[in-house]
Design a protein around this ligand. Structure first.
Ligand SMILES: [Zn+2]
Length: 198
């Protein structure tokens, strides 16, 4: 009986990982507050902006969950955002956390919000990159967004500093993403329309 259960468990896990090779923790699961407002985002979008949160690092789900709650409160209470700023957050526990999520306009970079996914790795990466599990989770999320038709397969990847005057996502994380195939080293051009709007 135990053996049967074990085999079933493995096959279910394999099915999930084939569809989307990353663990995404839902808003309900990390205890997000409901947003004050939200705007629907037309997808797939053609660009991704990478951020760091410039706040505490976390390496366990419990610590990341607490940090997310604190960050969401800060964004909503102190910075007057309608919700946590990013579409997704990635922890050094190897999990992806749903922020505004798949279909909602972010609040991470004015003008770019409606045409890009904003993804933040949790921590400050000015003097050292995220750990390997966080980088693997970030890459897994990017693949998952394509599989779910939220991101075009030929999307362009930028660091926040490429489109605004900021250190974000930190020198070390920026050095990592610059080596990725979708990174666009040209002058970023703001997409004016997403495919579903054309
Ligand atoms: Zn940023």
């Amino acid at each position: 009986m135990f053996a049967v259960y074990l085999v079933l468990g493995i096959s279910l896990q394999a099915t999930l990982s084939t569809a989307c090779n990353v663990t995404i923790i839902s808003r309900d699961d990390w205890g997000a507050r409901p947003p004050n407002d939200h705007d629907h985002m037309n997808t797939p979008v053609t660009a991704v902006l990478i951020h760091h949160t410039d706040r505490d690092h976390c390496t366990t789900k419990a610590a990341c969950t607490q940090e997310l709650k604190d960050m969401q409160n800060f964004h909503m209470n102190n910075q007057s955002h309608s919700d946590i700023m990013y579409n997704f957050m990635v922890g050094e526990d190897g999990n992806v956390y749903e922020g505004r999520g798949w279909n909602t306009v972010g609040g991470h970079v004015p003008a770019w919000n409606i045409v890009s996914m904003g993804i933040a790795v949790m921590g400050n990466f000015q003097r050292g990159p995220p750990n390997q599990v966080a980088l693997a989770a970030l890459e897994g999320l990017l693949g998952c967004l394509i599989e779910n038709h939220k991101l075009t397969p030929d999307y362009k990847l930028y660091g926040h500093r490429d489109v605004a005057h900021t250190n974000c996502p930190g020198n070390s994380l920026y050095d990592v993403i610059k080596t990725w195939s979708h990174y666009d080293s040209g002058k970023p051009v703001l997409p004016t329309k997403t495919p579903s709007q054309i």
